[in-house]
Design a protein around this ligand. Structure first.
Ligand code: HEM
Ligand code: HEM
Length: 187
């Protein structure tokens, strides 16, 4: 697999960026909808897609570890470089921690973990209350829930900064940062 170089990002980098990025934004939206409307029908979909995303996000993290970050284009100031790098770290860590915290919340809560109907972890039904479950660990489930909620809000802030940065590169600095992430080679 060709590595990233300053002129061109490898097709794996481009594919994983948009696959993970778009799916992540959809899951954020579905999660907020679930929270706001109690849409129980969306839970299994949210969880299954979230667990699949963990696999792609883990591959991406390994790929970044081996390949390094994309080299900044244009003449960004030191502050811009540091901010972009910090946001990239937040984003890539968040794509792994959001699914993990969700799994901790659901698994620890006794709801089990089901990947499109395939039980990765069985639910723990309450024999005395049909339809209810008994948590495996109330405290771990609580930590998962807390991380999932705080993490979601931090990620929304990071994504906003990230997209503003991408648009600034494209429309104000008029450099090739955005088109490079679309797989094109800057002239
Ligand atoms: C990248 C993956 C994921 C993202 C971005 C994400 C995002 C979110 C967001 C933003 C919420 C609303 C939280 C709130 O406002 O309190 C939420 C709720 C929830 N998520 Fe996720 N999630 C992901 C993966 C998962 C996974 C893998 C699971 C479980 C296996 C999961 C289980 C849940 C549950 C059970 C809720 C509802 C919590 C409640 O009703 O209080 N999520 N998610
Ligand atoms: C839909 C709006 C988005 C746009 C327009 C966008 C654009 C970009 C661009 C242009 C770069 C290259 C930066 C450089 O060359 O230094 C980049 C890198 C990156 N983006 Fe996004 N992005 C978006 C959404 C996301 C989301 C939702 C995430 C994560 C949840 C994300 C995570 C990353 C990461 C970690 C990098 C560093 C390089 C890599 O690992 O692929 N992006 N993005």
């Amino acid at each position: 697999m060709m590595k990233d170089n300053p002129q061109r990002l490898s097709s794996l980098s481009v594919l994983l960026h948009w696959l993970v990025g778009i799916t992540f934004i959809l899951l954020l939206s579905v999660g907020i909808l679930m929270e706001e409307t109690d849409a129980l029908a969306l839970y299994p979909l949210h969880k299954s897609v979230g667990m699949l995303l963990l696999a792609a996000a883990a591959v991406r993290m390994l790929w970044r570890a081996g390949n390094g970050w994309p080299v900044p284009l244009g003449q960004p100031g030191a502050m811009a470089v540091v901010t972009a790098r910090a946001v990239h770290w937040m984003l890539i860590i968040g794509t792994v921690l959001m699914p993990l915290s969700g799994m901790l919340m659901s698994g620890g809560g006794g709801h089990g973990l089901s990947l499109f109907g395939l039980d990765l972890l069985a639910a723990n039904p309450d024999p005395l209350n049909p339809g209810e479950v008994i948590p495996l660990s109330r405290s771990l489930a609580g930590v998962g829930h807390e991380l999932h909620e705080i993490g979601g809000n931090l990620m929304i802030a990071a994504i906003l900064l990230h997209v503003i940065g991408a648009l600034k590169h494209h429309f104000i600095d008029r450099d090739a940062t955005l088109t490079r992430m679309l797989g094109r080679t800057p002239r």
